[in-house]
Design a protein around this ligand. Structure first.
Ligand code: GDP
Ligand code: MN
Length: 393
């Protein structure tokens, strides 16, 4: 039987192995870093910039777009400019773009948020976090529709308090383009179940309503039947925008959202796996596509961004599952990356962890399956060792 490595290579192999001489004068993609941040996060932002500049951007010089629902102050701007020679643009997200949409009653939504706070759901009680997740997921304005991003085709998301361990000596955008990739990740983790109790019912309904058959990535997000939870709470209709007649009148089980019964989802439920979206290198054109925006609309109408605490990570991931195939997604297994408490270090990763488990499961041997399944986090919990291979270019 083929090894995991061989199977993985069939769909998605590393773009580059080893270190190259960075092409400081090579062609550049139409791409930018995107940083959403607040003034108080300046230290974390600078930490992230130092890391990405040192390990990549001092050679490649990609520009930055900073976005904020408030105004960046002059200290923030000056300090950022002192840490890069690239172009930097500053964008403001207007209150209409950031806050509740007009069809949501803020009092009702706030009550929902308060309840999540009372239930000690991580970030559940923090209104701004809900706005942030929705902003990064889609809408009238959202990050990919922001005027400063109109001119770009690709973005690389940066957050405060991240760290790159390895020199990145090639241009990932160029390789994404050359290899016809749409979405790139470096860590996938399990979501906290209580933040997304109903997300999968809606994502699944989107797929059914649009007669989408899996291109092979959806299976990554499906829990095996024996693990299926039985305690999914029903979503609360009072948070919802009324759905179009054709959806409301459709046959049960064909996408009538208010009546979606977890049992009617062909036995499928969410295994909580998602690409950790604080790192993303992805096509803005994909996010701007009709398909992605239809997906977002449907998810948004459900009210899940308020009555639950849907993150942009599972939203992006389930959209990818519904719309993309394994060969559209790239696992940047060669990027050493850390954000707060979770990291991926290529140097330390045992062999199975260097490979994405997603699309290949059904084609692997029992032994290989076991090894991959045990590797729940695709990221190593321990700190990187000194002299890591590939991380000391
Ligand atoms: P975590 O990584 O899930 O713990 O979430 P973060 O607090 O890091 O937020 C994710 C991203 O959104 C980071 O880039 C933050 O700087 C940014 N962010 C979160 N909340 C806000 C907000 O209220 N305003 C602005 N401007 N940025 C925010
Ligand atoms: Mn963060």
């Amino acid at each position: 039987p083929p090894s995991i490595r061989k199977i993985s290579e069939k769909y998605d192999k590393p773009f580059v192995t080893g270190c190259l001489e960075p092409q400081v004068n090579g062609p550049r993609a139409n791409a930018t870093f995107v940083v959403l941040a607040r003034n108080k996060e300046l230290d974390g932002v600078i930490q992230s910039m130092k890391s990405i500049e040192r390990h990549f951007n001092r050679w490649f010089n990609y520009p930055y777009v900073f976005l904020n629902d408030g105004d960046f102050n002059s200290t923030f701007k000056e300090t950022v400019l002192n840490h890069t020679s690239s172009k930097v643009e500053w964008g403001k997200i207007s209150p209409e773009e950031w806050g509740f949409p007009d069809w949501v009653n803020p009092a009702v939504a706030r009550e929902g948020i308060q309840k999540q706070g009372d239930a000690a759901i991580m970030y559940g009680g923090m209104e701004s976090y809900h706005h942030m997740c929705r902003f990064y997921s889609g809408s009238q304005s959202f990050f990919y529709k922001h005027e400063l991003l109109q001119k770009y085709e690709w973005y690389w998301r940066l957050e405060p308090e991240i760290k790159y361990f390895c020199d990145i000596t090639y241009d990932p955008f160029q390789h994404m383009i050359r290899n016809k990739k749409t979405y790139g990740f470096t860590i996938a983790v399990k979501e906290l179940r209580e933040t997304v109790p109903n997300i999968f019912r809606y994502a699944s309904a989107y797929k059914r309503m649009n007669n989408l058959t899996s291109k092979g990535l959806w299976e990554m997000f499906v829990e095996k039947p024996e693990e299926k939870p039985t305690d999914l709470p029903k979503s609360d209709p009072k948070y919802k925008k009324p759905l179009p007649e054709e959806i409301l009148n459709s046959e049960p089980g064909t996408g009538a959202l208010p009546d979606i019964d977890p049992e009617a989802m062909e036995g499928e439920s969410y295994n909580m796996c998602h690409f950790w979206s604080n790192f993303e290198i992805a096509s803005l054109d994909w996010f701007r596509s009709k398909e992605y925006n239809d997906f977002f609309e449907l998810m948004d109408r459900s009210g899940g961004f308020w009555m639950e605490r849907w993150g942009d990570a599972p939203i992006h991931s389930l959209a990818a599952g519904a719309l993309l195939g394994p060969s559209d997604v790239h696992y940047f297994r060669d990027f050493g990356y850390r954000h707060t408490t979770i990291q991926h270090c290529p140097a330390n990763a045992p062999i199975g962890r260097q490979l994405t488990r997603i699309p290949y499961l059904e084609k692997t041997t029992a032994d290989e399956k076991k090894r991959i399944e045990e590797d729940e986090y695709w990221a190593t919990p321990d700190p990187p060792k000194e002299n890591g291979v590939g991380c000391r270019c």
